[in-house]
Design a protein around this ligand. Sequence first.
Ligand code: ARG
Length: 462
Amino acid sequence: MKQLWGSGFSKELNKSTNDFNSSLSFDKRLYEYDIRGSIAHAEMLSIQGILTHEEFNLIEGGLNEILDEIKNGQVDFDSDFEDIHTFVEKLLVQKIGATGKKLHTARSRNDQVALDMRMYVKDEIQNLKSQIVSLLKVLLSLIKEHKETIMPGYTHLQRAQPVTFGHHLCAYFEMLKRDYSRLKDAYKRVNVLPLGAAALAASPYGIDRYKTAELLGFDDICLNSLDAVSDRDFVVETLSSLSLIMLHLSRFSEEIILWSTKEFQFIQIDDSYATGSSIMPQKKNPDIAELIRGKTGRVYGALVSILTVMKALPLAYNKDMQEDKELFFNAIDTVKACLLILPEMLETITVNKDKMLKACEEGFLNATDVADYLVKKSVPFRDAHEASGKAVKYCMENNLTLSDMKLDEYKKISNLFENDLYSAIDIKNSLESRKVIGGPSKEALEKVILIEEEWINKNEQN
Ligand code: ARG
């Protein structure tokens, strides 16, 4: 097949060269952006008197028809074409004749592909942001429901101090809020128009790039034509935001997996979000959470791949950059799928409050409170810590909890222990004493919940 650029070539493209070179099978995803970008470009050309109004109308009509036809599934994407840009242009010329050939005035596929990608990334960032908000809404309702559900907090995966399930989930709320704001921030740098850079050195036609930016809803234009066509920072930056989202989702998934084990039994995943084993009938496997955890790998992979592709590329456009697409599309699809299923699964979990509380009671989670009790009686913290350690040791040897241990037994460790110790080391009291904002008490969490609610109200619309 003769290529768009083929007039200076004495031979047609080899089939295997074309197959290797063609990006149509995956960049067809960009068709709508390609067409919308072309319409805006043609409109700007007509405003500038480079195309007549009649020519623009013809081009616009043709492109809109092509858009409808593709949307309605009436177009076969022909693998003979090199990419979505040449394909759409060919369809246009077939439809409206020679005028279609004027569309590419003052433009190159180099600035066109940069434009299409930026338009696509902008839309996907907005989609991801609204998915994050949906997940946060589910999280917030769980946080509210469980602001008094006591559970062990861990360090080194060892039971450490009591927190609440709501407080624990609120940690993920914070992570996802940061993810949201990272995407919002990245958006600013995506929202810059590369079109008008043409192949690398702009063009001699009197085009108005600010007009094109305005027509397409870009806030600004790229100020250097070489940078405009060779920059894929916005892909890397978005992928790094996606990687952090996956990092957070995978940590959360890991906890869901742990909590649903027989060893923890803190939660139960609903049957509709778990699978069975074909050989062991007693099993209920947390496949969804495992897959989210596992899929994190491909998103990181995409980030590292694109960083590697871009490394040391000379200015300006190089075909290497075509490699951004499959990886990026796959990463986007992956994160969207994870953000879709996670809130569904979370909404259906059962929380075993009793098991969580029991784990606190058995785990000496109030040992710090024993020390704090002595500190309040002016014992230096180091000595108080040692006294509490002795009490824990005694309990372990005698199979007791710190609340079971008798006052006379405590007195053998320190004379300062009195009967009010028991209420001071009560798990619930211990928790409620941590009233400082950011802490796990109900009082503190309720203050944070108000802030999170306000955040959701503010960001739901944007
Ligand atoms: N398919 C190419 C890409 O994805 C489009 C730009 C091609 N430009 C060129 N001069 N061959 O990067």
